[in-house]
Design a protein around this ligand. Sequence first.
Ligand SMILES: Cc1cc2nc3c(=O)[nH]c(=O)nc-3n(C[C@H](O)[C@H](O)[C@H](O)COP(=O)(O)OP(=O)(O)OC[C@H]3O[C@@H](n4cnc5c(N)ncnc54)[C@H](O)[C@@H]3O)c2cc1C
Length: 350
Amino acid sequence: MEKIYDVVVIGAGPASSAFLCSVSDGLEIAVINKKASRKVCGGLLSSSAVRELSEMGLTAPESVKVSPKVEVIRTIDLRDGYTRYYPRDYINVDREKFDSWLMSVSAGKQDIFEGTCTGFEKVGENYLVRFLDSEGEKSLLCRSIVGGDGANSVIRRGISSEKKRKDMYIAIQQWFNASECVGHDGKNAFSCVFDNSVSDSYAWSFTKDDKIAFGGAFPKQNSRERFETEKKNLEKYGIIFGEPLTTEACNVVFSKSTQNFMLGLKNEKVYLIGEAAGLISPSSLEGISSALKSGYELGKIFAPEKSVFAEYTKKLRLLRLKLRFKRFKSFVLCSPLLRFFVMRSGIGSV
Ligand SMILES: Cc1cc2nc3c(=O)[nH]c(=O)nc-3n(C[C@H](O)[C@H](O)[C@H](O)COP(=O)(O)OP(=O)(O)OC[C@H]3O[C@@H](n4cnc5c(N)ncnc54)[C@H](O)[C@@H]3O)c2cc1C
């Protein structure tokens, strides 16, 4: 008889790892994860992420950290020509090392399948999850599904009627040798750039050891062109990047309404965690803390035989409220006139 897993988790990002850390021992768990590719991410752990890790009894080890530490973020508004420095306290990590370390914490609890999940269907009381690996199409039977498969979640698409998500932007990021870049040293190592001529979201640059990355979130149409224009606009400002070493891109949720949270299916045993659930800050694109929180909370109450959807929704009420507030903050920061007043006033800057 075919094995029935208690739960199949899709993805091996922070949300899935947090779920695996808190879910009861003794369950039959499978993880399906895509062949590793570098996640487009700033790799900055906010104080909320550090707090969530400590809730889980964890501290990011020195081996995943890189330099320099983030103390201030230079914020530039290209439209009005303002530059301000805002104090921040982030830990700078190597995202791949961070994800592997977090997954290693629960090693041994789960069977891992390297493959791309393509969808699922209900079979009686259970679910059949399909995935593609190097040998072709395979499937796993399970009592419940946890979608920790990020912004472009296949599980989310499987349970929603959203044909095309309107809150989806493209994040494009390039890496450079720090020695070839100008204007990124000292207190300028981390920047946030607003340029409404190319995007109503924002761009960023950050330093990781001897490399600098510049990236931004852009509407899908002409996204690459917008990215190159923003780089040129920064050159006029004395901020220069050298020859790109690599270019990477991914979907990113840039939520303009609060209706985009989706935690699963009512009365069913299909749940979404992390960015798949839309849990990401619209003002800073900071999402690791919400991924950890949602995965960890779901794991604590998870039971394979019944739907915990209602309880899970309750557990995340505060987080959703916090993200709604961030939506408001994002509205202020991304609207040129309001941002002009905030930056001119210098509130919160050093
Ligand atoms: C450009 C950019 C910069 C960011 N910078 C920061 C930052 O500095 N700090 C911060 O806190 N947040 C940042 N974020 C947000 C953060 O990266 C995400 O919110 C966070 O990674 C979400 O975690 P997750 O576990 O939900 O999903 P992810 O980390 O995206 O993990 C999803 C997992 O699912 C797997 N997967 C996806 N689809 C499938 C499939 N079909 N089948 C099998 N496996 C699949 C992937 O391989 C991956 O392992 C940034 C986001 C972007 C786009």
